[in-house]
Design a protein around this ligand. Structure first.
Ligand code: CP
Ligand code: NVA
Length: 307
């Protein structure tokens, strides 16, 4: 018979709520030291980067090593992928050498092609339209600080970017209300909102950051200029459009008194978030960064069929 389809981790929307919850629980167990032995012993994972990374690179490499596996970190610039070998052929070849592939890419079509032709799991380490590993860490972080996220209100203010789009998918899968305040020009895709609402998600869109944040238990933002938006003209345009969406003390006063503040990092201090908020008592951004390590262990254990 045909071999079972690999357990890809491409988009939160591809997976059901129970599967995602199981992965998250595995990540929590890993964090608590409750994953015994070296479950990845004898396994190799290729980590491919088409774009820079600090957290994703180090948390995957260290996490794989802590689980007893080997990580091979690759820059697409040093691979034939960077000079025209197709993602499909790259997938066919790497499937003969390693046990899983993580890819960070500027084009979601490449990871879809890679996954379609790989016989091993493919993990999304950020695309132009998604960042699901970040969301696993973000849900873990919220729940550590404030308990179950289902039914809570989370406010996103800023660009309707890749991380925002994964938040929309997470709202559908983890059952929280998501209010997004973005300039109209930078709103997330209407099709994605329609999908999430059809799945039963509560998604509210506004252009007013104060309205989005009002009473929220969690306030989230991200850079004004993502890695896929780095032309000079785009930068100017985005700074103008996004200045009113900054997370600062005045905005935070509209949130619930015990609201936490998240940011996937890297932060551009003084732009999308002030120093006072980022270094203030409501910020959990470094717990969030740490949780990439733990949450991704849950993703790896699930993807490799080890739990
Ligand atoms: N948050 C995040 O993915 O950071 P890096 O770009 O440093 O990997
Ligand atoms: N939205 C940001 C996230 C970086 C982790 C980017 O894509 O550059």
């Amino acid at each position: 018979g045909r071999p079972a389809a690999p357990r890809h981790f491409l988009e939160l929307m591809d997976l059901d709520a129970a599967t995602l919850r199981r992965m998250l629980d595995l990540g929590v167990q890993a964090k608590r030291g409750q994953v015994p032995g070296k479950p990845l012993a004898g396994k190799s994972v290729a980590l491919i980067f088409e774009k820079p990374s600090t957290r994703t690179r180090v948390s995957f490499e260290v996490g794989i090593r802590q689980l007893g596996g080997d990580a091979i970190v690759l820059s697409s610039r040093d691979m034939q992928l960077g000079r025209g070998e197709t993602p499909a052929d790259t997938a066919r070849v790497l499937s003969r050498y390693v046990d899983a592939i993580m890819l960070r890419t500027d084009n979601v079509a490449k990871i879809r092609e890679l996954a379609e032709h790989a016989t091993i799991p493919v993990i999304n380490g950020l695309t132009d339209v998604s960042h699901p590993c970040q969301l696993m860490a973000d849900i873990m972080t919220f729940e550590e600080h404030r308990g179950p996220i289902a039914g809570q209100v989370v406010a996103w203010t800023g660009d309707g970017n890749n991380v925002a789009q994964s938040f929309i998918q997470a709202a559908a899968r983890f059952g929280f209300t998501l209010r997004l305040a973005t300039p109209p020009e930078l709103a997330p895709p209407a099709r994605l909102i329609d999908w999430a609402r059809a799945e039963g998600a509560r998604i509210e869109l506004t252009t007013d950051p104060q309205a989005a944040v009002a009473g929220a238990r969690c306030v989230v933002t991200d850079t004004w200029v993502s890695m896929s938006d780095e032309t000079a003209q785009e930068k100017v345009n985005r700074h103008n459009l996004l200045a009113p969406y900054q997370v600062n003390d005045a905005l935070l006063r509209h949130a619930a008194p015990d609201a936490i503040v998240m940011h996937c990092l890297p932060a551009h201090r003084g732009e999308e978030i002030t120093d006072a908020v980022m270094d203030g008592p409501q910020s959990v951004v470094f717990d969030e960064a740490e949780n990439r390590l733990h949450a991704q262990k849950g993703v790896l254990l699930w993807a490799l069929g080890l739990a």
